[in-house]
Ligand binder design. Sequence first.
Ligand code: WT7
Length: 660
Amino acid sequence: MGMIEKDSKFYPDKTFVETSQINSLEMYRTMYERSVNEPESFWKEVAEELVWFKKPHTILKYNFDNRNGRIFHEWFRGGYTNMSYNCLDRHMGTENENKRALVWQGEPDEDTREFTYRELLTEVCRFSNVLKKKGLKKGDRVTLYMPMVWQLPVAMLACARLGLPHSIVFGGFSSEALMHRIQESESKLLITVDESIRGGKTFDLKSNADQALLKCPSVEHVIVVKRTGHVSSWKEGRDVWLDEEINSPDIGDFCECEHMEAEDTLFILYTSGSTGKPKGQVHTTGGYMTYVYLTQKLVFDLRKESFYWCMADIGWITGHSYIVYGPLLNGTTTFMYEGTPLYPAPDRAWELIERYKITICYTAPTAIRALSRQGESWPAKRDLSSLKLLGTVGEPINPEAWMWYYENVGRRSCPIVDTWWQTETGGIMISPLPGAAPTKPGSAQFPFFGIVPRVCDPGVEDFEKQGEKMKPGETGHLCIEKPWPGLSRTIYGDHARWEQTYFYQYPGMYFTGDGCYMDAEGYHFLQGRVDDVINISGHRISTAEVESALVLHKDVAEAAAAAKPDEIKGQSIYVFVTLKLGVEPTEALKKELIDHVRKEIGAIASPDTLQFAISLPKTRSGKIMRRILRKIAENKTDDLGDVSTLEDADVIRDLIQNRS
Ligand code: WT7
């Protein structure tokens, strides 16, 4: 087997194409046309591949234009279903019942766990019964602050079974970040672990949780998963060990699932926008389920024998959709790894692929760059011949990283799907379907079924004329013209913000916040964020969040954050800080401020570079000129553009001279 390379395009080989589900450009085009011209019948048919307790009476109702009132979209109204049922019960009595659903590998080699679909169903039911015993009722929110332990997907499916919206907080976030998310969602229960294990170290998540809970009166119960067995604090009456609860004699092996209306909330997931604190994206039962089911099936071209590994953390949307829900909805075996791909040796990922005979590997460009740094000899030593398909997600992939992945991991035999999407979109939006058309390095290719992208001209002044299309090759703002089932419904508790963030820039369309161009063949090339969001290793942090964290420090007068290009992480955080009068700008203070941000938000938000400035560049009306700070962070100081509106030109001189 081998790919064919022609005119810088990469064609899947014949055997791959022959066995793939969407196996020609023509087939893709025919289905695509139908999906956008008759979205209702298209999505109704997809939904019918899953189990509904009651069929929907209306497939789609929406308004995307703020000139016509409230913005909303609703899918499968009147339909009743359950995510946990479709991931588990649906497979009982089929050939999937005794197939492996979840294979978990801990960081220490001897820690492994496997569940067939039947076993996973039982485990989830038992967990659901524990939650029920705690008195939780449909609609109550549950926060999960957990690392990559197998109990995390079990807990998610247990919440989904009972109609308890889960809000997962990535285990790398600080207690402050956790506190904010619990307070906002008013969760009644928190599920966490004693300690997490990563890179040979342990992290005391329980004490972070305890710290956060000091200011979270809504939380009545805490369920603690045992990973290391070591806890530094415990609150009697509130905290319980999962092991003790789930093994109690009154916990049964089965639990009925709630019948959820299609638009009932399945989960909330917080993500950074360009302003303020992270926003809780609300995803619903019917639409999200249908969208994730189909994207997983076709983008990864799942086969009966697929053994699929998505390297993301479940704390992010990638893990929600494509470690847990997508694979299980499709009856696929999903592999979950606790640690990092570089520990204990730089070939950990390749060794696991070899050992488990993984067929599909889905990861982020940042991981590919970090792994490629270690040299080709690491993947070369391993037998990676089980791999059939590779995927990437999270940030634009530079063609060098794409080629490295293609040659050293895929051995020139595996198509690469570069999947573009967002926390808001629920599932993959623009991506190759691997058997349908040749790929180009750096391009996410064509829209998925039902998705109508438009590259809009950002320079149009007239409001009524917004949305004019850019010509091929020209970068503009990427918008989506029509609704699709996976898009979030609202920002938890703040619908107006959801409308403003996504629907006010280009009337009638969803604004993605990304720059993009399309080439003459219709291939999309994503260019990164056009707003104040920094993408660090595929994770979103807003400049506003970093700035608010910094100004909380007693010595800081003002702060501004910008993205700095980074070879491994894609971008890193560069901050400019002005200090209060009389405070000395020392190296020790620099370190203290960086630690302060880490404490407020988490390690992923810690600035790589911090520059003290006498003042920040401002316009005469007092607005910080971010454009200039961005240029300085990018080290493009000979190209600052127009600085005529600047209040004080000396400020720029100081910023350039003292560039860190
Ligand atoms: C932002 C969304 C969705 C999963 C992980 C990130 C960037 C994502 C790609 C890609 C270029 C990409 C965009 C997007 N992004 N995938 N294949 N090519 N850029 O989810 O944290 O919501 O971030 O990630 O800028 O807006 P997220």
